[in-house]
Design a binder for this molecule. Structure first.
Ligand code: FES
Length: 178
């Protein structure tokens, strides 16, 4: 009888420990995926988008479709030259975007999809460096997404206009319908 009660107590304690472990692992994943260097390597974490305007009616995006990110959620963008990859479905067909901080107030936002055979191009290896496609080596400028010195591609990465409200630390990316 006593052994039975003891065993139930042990099981309850194990369940509690498992719950605590899962809770802390979840918190760690969200923090790590969305920030810093690890955030650049891992892409599965959902972005925190503070506001989405637009794509609420059917498939067609409205002309003013936009998503606003809170920059403090993305520490890699805290300094000039920082860059991240992020998917903000349904924009860009749900595929990832590259965001690069060009100056205190200017950001480049382009699709991460190479214009050759739609592999995902890499983030710049260092501030100012070109973005290189790992599949066949095409290069794109990290200042405007334009293609550079590659016989394989003849068009630039699709660019999305972005504006930054420094006071609120909000980056708004616009997604025109066409
Ligand atoms: S898919 Fe990018 S260079 Fe071929």
């Amino acid at each position: 009888m006593q052994t039975n009660a003891k065993s139930k107590k042990v099981q309850a304690r194990r369940r509690q420990q498992r719950r605590e472990f899962l809770r802390s692992a979840g918190t760690l994943c969200c923090t790590a995926c969305c920030s810093g260097a690890l955030g650049q390597l891992l892409s599965s974490c959902e972005p925190r988008v503070v506001k989405i305007v637009g794509p609420s009616t059917g498939d067609a995006l409205q002309p003013d479709a936009a998503a606003t990110l809170l920059l403090s959620d993305y520490p890699a963008l805290g300094s000039v030259g920082g860059a991240i990859k992020i998917a903000i479905p349904p924009f860009n067909d749900g595929r990832r975007l590259i965001i690069i901080r060009k100056s205190e107030s200017e950001f480049l936002v382009v699709t991460a999809l190479c214009t050759h055979q739609v592999c995902e191009v890499n983030l710049p290896a260092e501030p100012g460096a070109n973005m290189i496609c790992p599949c066949h080596g095409a290069e794109f400028s990290s200042s405007d997404g334009g293609w550079r010195d590659s016989p394989l591609v003849t068009s630039d990465l699709r660019r999305y206009p972005a504006s930054y409200a420094a006071g609120r630390e909000e980056l708004t990316i616009r997604f025109p319908a066409s």
